[in-house]
Design a protein around this ligand. Structure first.
Ligand code: GCO
Ligand code: MN
Ligand code: MN
Length: 390
């Protein structure tokens, strides 16, 4: 045991589908045997995880009769109790079955949309029964290749109808549950609606119960779009909408890689952990830290647990690096706010007086522009903390 080993206080979680990934891809068959949910619970607990998340069908096979469902849930609950794991998040599989080939909530056939709503209500009941407080919606199949099949505005409106419907369902049942929407630009569809966290944030403001709905950004998804994941997460935090997060690693311009957290773009991973942990003195994120990733296809089962431990270890190492970076006197000096008692109060909260005081301020643009900002020093210092020489 060292300081980078996970504890329950770290709130690390994995989906059943993450460590359970069998390595199947469009070009090759499974390389690992499936893991049973109860076995996964035991192994995750041994690795030091705090929670396990699931899609309805990761636990209860599609179409299983009620008696089988109840038996599976009973056994799963006793494994959770025995090994001290919780289920912080649950979600619906609205992408695997062929019925969802044209989408789920946005599909053109009303029967598909009805089936998606019904499946979601059942899966919400299951998640709540297992203690989940966050319910994720990832619209994996909600998109197009033949874009002429519908007006994209119709897809937006249908998704709104579905989420408003399900919010009312949760309210009527008095469930203590919030929704978290997960964006992805493409894969498995050519284009997926609501491709980024920013799109989701605006969409939420158009819902009937926006207070119940936040986002579940994923490193890989925003990176696939070539965007700064850290900036997307920061905007969600600033809006009070970071309800959940999917951590993994990804390179721009690739397929959805879902690599071990921190294994690509260590700088971005560092900046993300720094933001989530609030090491610069800001409000931290206090929700679950979920790894939505899987082991390389080269691995056997032992490699899967190496992968899981690696995700958690890297997160904690980056947290320690971020703490050291933000405690570094040079860093504090460079990023310290430039306070100006005369100017600061004029910059927010318009009044006619402030506007005329602003106009009267003596500002010499060339003198201000001349000042070097020392960001080269700052960034190099960050690299040195990251590379372990500070
Ligand atoms: C993906 C997604 C999924 C979702 C999961 C939960 O790219 O496959 O990230 O793993 O996160 O379905 O909604
Ligand atoms: Mn993903
Ligand atoms: Mn995800």
């Amino acid at each position: 045991m060292d300081t980078f080993d996970p504890t329950l206080a770290d709130r690390f979680s994995f989906g059943l589908w993450t460590v359970g990934n069998t390595g199947r891809d469009p070009f090759g068959e499974a390389v690992r045997a499936p893991l049973s949910p109860t076995y996964t619970v035991r192994k995750l607990a041994e690795c030091g995880a705090w929670g396990v998340n699931l899609h309805d069908n990761d636990l209860v096979p599609f179409g299983a009769p009620a008696s089988e469902r109840d038996r599976i849930v009973r056994e799963f609950k006793s494994a959770l109790a025995e090994h001290g794991l919780c289920v912080p998040m649950a979600t619906t599989n609205l992408f695997s079955h062929p019925i969802f080939k044209d989408g789920a909530f946005s599909a053109n056939d009303p029967k598909v949309r009805a089936f998606a709503l019904r499946k979601s209500m059942d899966a919400i009941d299951l998640g709540v029964e297992l203690g989940a407080r966050t319910y994720v919606f990832w619209g994996g199949r909600e998109g197009t290749e033949a874009d002429a099949c519908r007006d994209p505005r119709t897809a937006v409106a249908r998704t709104r109808d579905a989420l408003d419907f399900l919010c009312e369902y949760v309210r009527e049942r008095r469930y203590d549950l919030r929704f978290a929407l997960e964006a992805k630009p493409n894969e498995p569809r050519g284009d997926i609606y609501f491709p980024t966290t920013g799109h989701m944030l605006h969409f939420i403001s158009t819902l009937a119960h926006p207070e119940m709905v936040g986002v579940n950004p994923e490193v890989a998804h925003e990176t696939m779009a070539g965007l700064s994941f850290t900036h997307g997460v920061a905007q969600a935090m600033e809006a009070g909408k970071l309800f959940h997060i999917d951590l993994n690693a990804q390179r721009i311009g690739r397929y959805d890689q879902d690599f071990r957290f921190g294994s690509e773009d260590v700088r971005q991973a560092f900046l993300l952990v720094r933001l989530l942990e609030g090491t610069m003195g800001t409000e931290p994120y206090r929700g679950p830290l979920h790894f939505d990733a899987h082991a390389y296809r080269s691995e056997d089962e032992a490699g899967v647990w190496d992968f899981a431990r690696g995700c958690m270890r890297t997160y904690k190492i980056l947290k320690a690096r971020a703490q050291a970076f933000d405690a570094d006197p040079l860093v504090r000096e460079i990023i310290a706010d430039v306070k100006d008692a005369a100017v600061d109060p004029l910059l927010a909260g318009y009044t006619r007086e402030k506007a005329s005081s602003l106009r009267a301020l003596a500002i010499d643009p060339s003198a201000v522009a001349k000042r070097g900002l020392r960001y080269e020093q700052l960034d190099q210092r960050m690299m040195e903390h990251l590379l372990g020489v500070r």
